[in-house]
Design a protein around this ligand. Sequence first.
Ligand SMILES: [Zn+2]
Length: 373
Amino acid sequence: MRFSDIIGNERAVERVRRLIDTDRLPHALLLHGPVGVPKLALARTMAQYLHCTNHTDGEPCGVCPACKQHQSFNNTDTFFIYPYAKKAESSVCEDFLPEWQEFLRDNEQVESYERWLKTLRVDNKQPQIYANDSNAILRKANLTSFTSRYKVFIIWLPEKMNTECANKLLKILEEPSADCKFILVSDDASEILPTIFSRTQRIELSKPSTAVVADYLVSRYGIDPQDALALAAPADGNVPLAERALEQDNEQHEFHEQFVSLMRLAYVRDLVSLKAWSEGIAAFKREKSRRFLAYCTRQVRENFVYNLHVPSLNYLTREEQQFSTRFAPYINEQNVERMLAEFSRAESDIQGNGNANIILFDLAVRITILIKT
Ligand SMILES: [Zn+2]
């Protein structure tokens, strides 16, 4: 990561860079700001910059051994502490390192707690940072650093620390050994235990503007600037939220194209192409295939309703509506119920771990019959 990759927040970036350049980085710094703001990315870039042996133009060089380690998420002098759901009494957050590295890889620029929960695959347990973790921090703080002047402890979401864990950290946050730097990264500083909060110096990050988020979407995903603005505005500075809207948009478009292919191929009874079509859908992950079949069900229903010519009853995007002008007449009172039943059966068969290839080709063949009914 480079400081210039941090979305918005030029002033905060400049401030931390100057603190490092002038060797005045406090031993416990709290980066805080709203959900969806690139705080963890900034903390990671700070650690990389601290460790880099060859700064260039106020950025980590990206090629020295320390930078290389940082880029592959395993720098030996950087320790991450993050909330997790205990599996055993002895659990520590390091037990979840593979998940954590996957999370960092997938969310390089902006983190989100919601996505971390997804990566962890936890359901109803409330992730925390536990006393075992402060014990581990104290142990690591006593080791000599491997290759650089500073060991950096990045504590992500200190508001999730339980009291026992926090109490054990108070002393080290107040008087750390000279080679330790703590960077705490919080979504909600008001939730941090006051004893911890008061021992930190603070830098607040703010929501990037809609224009900045839109620029980021354009440069990262190569989408049209106007579409980017439309996605960025409702996200209100929360970058992962804008990205999720983009994913849903992309998926909806993909589903539409696949639905159109199915119906066109079924209409001309092109079984060879339908076989390829079903293999393409079967290659989706199970959850995505189910979402696709649910999409098809909705489209069949929408097209049936479309024939009634009551626009207020229809919920179609522009692209879907364009297709419906020609396609809707093929969904009628004779076939609508059976078609809906076929999609819904395929969906539940896939949920029941059936062979997706067989289920989807079988579905395609039935649609060829039904579409001419
Ligand atoms: Zn470097």
